[in-house]
Design a protein around this ligand. Structure first.
Ligand code: ADP
Ligand code: MG
Length: 200
């Protein structure tokens, strides 16, 4: 039986959801019972499906992103061999939740896909909490889409997520969670990741 904890991390557009769906499909084809979970905050496309930026789709169980939300569906999770969780960064920072998932990963294969950093370039606490326990961590990178005044594109590997408000870098003080797609986020390398701080 598959077991253990795997993590897939990187910025937006790095292929985390695509990779998660690929691995889940592989196990489904091999005859394992597979379930995909996602937090109820992500309403970008639809409430019961996970859709990658490439358009790959899979039905998902939408849960309240907390220990309570996960424990409510614990019995259902245990009926599956492989449990994928997308957008894991949106789950509350809770020792109980990470402990629950670690225990689950002793009997099942648990795969979490998450942003490691927020738009400010700071880590998400729940991701920090669970990453050291992962048996396997895949770090994915996108392509930096920064374009200078002369129209030259950067093209370096992107490890950061740039938030844009009306086409300009969002300030540090803007809210941490703001669900959006290509209109409000870009993949950037460290050099082109800009987070203006308000003057004091
Ligand atoms: P994530 O879940 O990490 O946000 P997805 O798996 O949903 O990523 O989508 C990854 C896809 O996003 C890529 O395969 C590509 O088609 C598309 N994409 C859009 N912008 C970029 C970019 N700047 N660099 C790489 N891929 C990008
Ligand atoms: Mg995704």
């Amino acid at each position: 039986m598959p077991e253990g904890l795997r993590a897939i991390v990187g910025p937006m557009f790095s292929g985390k959801t695509t990779e998660l769906l690929r691995v889940l499909r592989k196990y489904a084809i091999a005859g394992y019972r597979v379930i995909l979970v996602k937090p109820s905050t992500d309403t970008r496309y639809s409430v019961q499906k996970v859709v990658s930026h490439d358009g790959l789709e899979m039905e998902a169980l939408v849960v309240e992103p907390s220990y309570a939300g996960i424990s409510r569906v614990a019995d259902l999770l245990l009926e599956h061999d492989v449990i994928g969780i997308d957008e894991f960064q949106f789950f509350e920072h809770s020792r109980e939740l990470s402990r629950f998932l670690l225990e689950l990963s002793e009997r099942r294969l648990v795969i979490v896909a998450a942003l490691n950093l927020d738009f400010r370039g700071e880590p998400w606490e729940i991701v920090k909490e669970i990453l050291p326990y992962a048996d396997d961590i895949r770090v994915l990178r996108a392509v930096c889409t920064y374009t200078d005044e002369r129209g030259r594109k950067c093209g370096r590997p992107a490890t950061r997520t740039q938030r844009l408000l009306d086409g300009r870098p969002a300030p540090y003080e803007s809210p941490r969670v703001m669900v959006g797609g290509r209109e409000s986020y870009e993949a950037r390398c460290k050099r082109h990741h800009v987070v203006p701080k308000a003057p004091r």
